[in-house]
Design a protein around this ligand. Structure first.
Ligand code: NAP
Length: 476
């Protein structure tokens, strides 16, 4: 049993309501967390407001040291954090270790960025004037994160916010609160002041409504689905908050006819099946030049069918469970729709799945634009492949979506690389690589995949305001 973390205190819900957290692989109850009501969430905001009064005036050095101490704590607790993540989220343990490293890297990155927040000097029109800008923290930042990356989606936002001098209230996904609470313990041990990092467990909807209505919350950052992002943008409009949104994706993965087939297949497998396919940058639509198409499909299915499916704590597992049974039903519905419209389906039978939350990896070959899979994100181990004949047509197909997060292109031809780079309407383009993430990367999407960037130099912008000043001559 864990409590929420408010103002440096471990608190239960006023009403005593609690939500169970389960291992998605086997349904085992791992524990419970408080289901905070809106007044208790407001108490968390009170704590963040109180902490902001001091933290806003902290030095870059203070911020860097707090973040580095937090980073060290994450590194020292790598194995228990990874195990906890696999238990509550389901991802294979090696991927969980990778996420701990990735999540910690944002704390170190933003510790460094804290020292690079700079203003400007503006040439005045009179010699006695001094004009310039200061960068100041926005204020209290509210942060809502999803379950697929339960540590990294928090540190990517909170690291930037704390480095900027903001304080934070965080609502983790109901499925994965333990990772967030473990981060709170490490923040406490690292010496972050009470109220700088509050973890308010409970319904995302209640949290969203509470922070949207509160004028003291000045920034709202969300990672999750596009439809919830739209609702939060509308809610944040009432109090005109600074918003940043990392939303859904529908990534195209384009394989031209001049590439090494095996390498392209290896990367397509990795780009589709990481996080058991529950990844916003996962390759959702794989387009392969017709010359390579049959060989690619055969090799891809062979590689997919060799991936062990099981509990994430088994070191051999490559595909873990989906987050809950509804996720399995959603993926199955996309596969059924494609089959009904004439696609070929490949994969091991679903009755070989080790439990009700598992979906056996499946490939849809010959998908068409009329199928749901062409427009909707398959948040699971369901790959879709179609042939193409010319670059302009595949670029148009790739861009024919409301989303614009990640895209991938495989070709050795320099002119083609430049054409795809210019033409793809995506926030991120991986060329001959699917490894497009990292603390140094301005991660984010265009169109309905979001607003703003996280990580990189850009990631701190969501938490900074620009204050202009003009100093006149007092002795004039
Ligand atoms: P989701 O339903 O949008 O949930 C994400 C979070 O939003 C959860 O913490 C949830 O809280 C909360 N939430 C739900 N309804 C809410 C509301 N009305 N107001 C405020 N918060 C609310 O997303 P999901 O389906 O679980 O997650 C997968 C989606 O996230 C995919 O579309 C994926 O592409 C996207 N994603 C994007 C990125 C990126 O960086 N672009 C990264 C990861 C995931 P509760 O748990 O309490 O419901």
């Amino acid at each position: 049993m864990e409590n929420a973390y408010l103002g440096g205190q471990w608190q239960t819900a006023g009403s005593g309501a609690r939500t169970a957290v389960t291992d998605p692989a086997n349904g085992e109850t791992l524990g419970q967390v408080p289901d905070l009501d809106s007044p208790t969430m407001q108490a968390g905001i009170d704590a963040a407001v109180a902490a902001f009064a001091d933290w806003r005036h902290s030095t870059a050095g203070d911020r860097a040291e707090a973040l580095l101490a937090w980073y060290d704590g994450m590194c020292r607790h790598r194995d228990p954090l990874a195990e906890m993540m696999t238990r509550e989220q389901g991802k294979p343990i090696d991927e969980a270790r990778g996420e701990v490293d990735y999540a910690a890297s944002f704390l170190r990155w933003f510790a460094e960025e804290a020292r690079r927040i700079e203003g400007t000097a503006i040439p005045p029109e009179a010699p006695t004037l001094a004009l310039g800008t200061r960068r100041e923290p926005v204020g209290v930042a509210a942060i809502i994160t999803p379950w697929n990356f339960p540590l990294a989606m928090i540190t990517r936002k909170v690291g930037a916010a704390i480095a900027a001098g903001c304080t934070t209230v965080v609502n983790p996904a109901s499925e994965t609160p333990f990772c967030a609470l473990a981060l709170a313990r490490l923040a406490e041990a690292a010496g972050l002041d009470a109220g700088q990092f509050n973890v308010l467990t409970g319904s995302g909807r209640t949290f969203g409504e509470t922070v949207c209505a509160d004028t003291r919350v000045r920034a709202l950052s969300f990672t999750g689905s596009t439809h919830v992002g739209r609702a939060l943008l509308a809610g944040a409009a009432d109090t005109v908050k600074c918003t940043s949104m990392e939303l859904g994706g529908n990534a195209p993965f384009i394989v031209c006819d001049d590439v090494d087939l095996d390498r392209a297949v290896d990367d397509a497998i990795a780009a589709k099946f990481q996080t058991s396919g529950q990844d916003c940058v996962a390759a959702n639509r794989i387009y392969v030049h017709r010359k390579l198409y049959d060989a690619f499909v055969a090799r891809f299915v062979e590689r997919m069918n060799a991936m062990p499916v099981g509990h994430g704590l088994d070191e051999a597992t490559a595909i873990g469970p989906l987050i809950h049974s509804q996720a399995v039903a959603d993926v199955q519905a996309l596969a059924d729709d494609a089959a009904a419209q004439g696609a070929r389906l490949f994969g091991r039978p679903q009755n070989e799945a080790p439990g009700p939350n598992f979906f056996m990896p499946t490939t849809i070959a010959d998908f068409t634009p009329a199928m749901r899979i062409a427009r909707e994100e398959a948040f699971g181990p369901l790959a879709a492949i179609a042939p193409f004949d010319d670059d302009d047509a595949v670029m148009a197909a790739a861009n024919d979506t409301i989303y614009g997060l990640a895209s991938y292109v495989y070709t050795h031809d320099d002119a083609r690389i430049r054409r795809f780079l210019r033409g793809l309407d995506y926030g991120m383009v991986g060329i001959n690589t699917m490894d497009i993430t990292g603390a140094q990367v301005p991660f984010g999407g265009v169109k309905q995949s979001g607003l703003g960037r996280e990580g990189g130099h850009a990631g701190i912008e969501a938490y900074l305001e620009t204050k202009f000043y003009c100093i006149g001559d007092a002795h004039r």
